[in-house]
Design a protein around this ligand. Sequence first.
Ligand code: ADP
Length: 496
Amino acid sequence: MPEISTNKRINDFLADEGKLLINNEWRSALSGKTFDTPNPTTGQTLATVADAQAEDVDAAVAAARTAFEGEWSALTPSARAKYLWKIADLIEEHAETLAELDSLDNGKPKLQAQFVDVAVSADVFRYMAGWCTKLEGNTMTVSTPYAPGAMFHSYTLREPLGVVGLIIPWNFPLMMCAWKLAPALACGNTAVLKPAEQTPLSALYLGELLIEAGLPAGVVNILTGQGETAGAPLSAHEDVDKISFTGSTEVGKLILGAARGNLKKVTLELGGKAPNIIFADADVQAAAEGAANAIFFNQGQVCCAGSRLYVEAPIYDQVIETLSTIARSIKVGDGREADTVMGPLVSAEQLARVSGFVEGGLADGATASAGGARIGGGGYFFQPTVLTSTRPDMAVVQEEIFGPVVVANRFENLEEVVAAANDSIYGLSAGVWTKDISRAHRVAKRIQAGTVWINCFNVLDASLPFGGYKQSGWGREFGHEVLNAYTQTKSVVAMI
Ligand code: ADP
């Protein structure tokens, strides 16, 4: 069989069976179970990895607990920071390999993986490294009505939660590891990370880098496995102090239920159906290109994708024509070819889901002004799709498709479009395109979403809080707000 890559490291890595990382040792699942991860470009098996079960979750959590109670908590904050810096350096050193692994496993274009996923991952580790030494509390002198005359010197401590379970999706395999691990470690927690079953490879490769960085045993444990057999026992585990989850709203609700047993803390970054609003005074070319990027980046498999386009009536036809022309010109193909803009969808299930939504929308009366169908062959390719003539009650308008499908709607005025934009159970992100700066801020204030982009889209940074209003989530990733997600506050009160 021909080698899959010209990079020997990748061929060797794929040839070995992927193991679980527990206590800095690579172990098979105790049951011996494995599963295959396919290459979405061909549908062929790419690699075989261990299929963690509840007993492996127990072992990983025990290792994380021992590390938390031992060496890791004894470290100074600046010593913790050095690990995070080192991990960032190693991610950059291995950027090409990590990018190619994510491209192979997820289907995404390799260049995008390198300049977005890998670059952001290193950046997040460095950003969070800075916080290790800045986990400050407050100092107060307090008195209380029921102890007249007494004074108390009080201060707050920000302490880690303990063992955190990190459950991540397949759309940005490496980057999601970084989004969760970097703040968890910066705040002094230990972790059990479960990558998505569709894309386990870059997490395992990252595991090798964590060992190379010298991270003490048990601080990060990595379990490849399925949602129901590995994710669910991790969420329900009595000795896990917190679950940080990114994924579907449906699974987010299951995780809440599972967390009830020991009332572990939960943060959730869930689905979205972002409105992207273009007013008639916008730069039409820039807005149409922005709308294309908002929905087609990463094959539309982005929780904050601009999947509901609202265009003011006078420029509606022009925007749809420009957007559709862009959609038709996008090169969809093998993510490792340099000119590929969109790769395949991640899996056969995802292809069936996206196809099903589009077929349903067309049957309901929508029109495809670009795309609308699968691209034949062995891989899971789908055309960049623009649907027009939609109605607010259609499933394609209400539900998260998580694919390269935008529904376009015409609007007449601001009140109408704000109401339409907010008519969703989701509230993760939104876009506004206009040259009228006051209107831009007025709309930004009225949109129910955790992030609003003005004359841009998909701009995320480690310093900016990111998370959902409504059913798009609980809590925030990034910025100083992420510290709330991975620490708890202790008040200390001393009589003086
Ligand atoms: P998608 O539907 O896009 O695959 P999911 O929300 O199902 O996204 O998956 C996101 C992550 O949640 C994956 O790591 C998956 O294995 C995990 N997961 C799925 N079901 C459960 C569950 N019941 N409990 C915990 N984790 C789960």
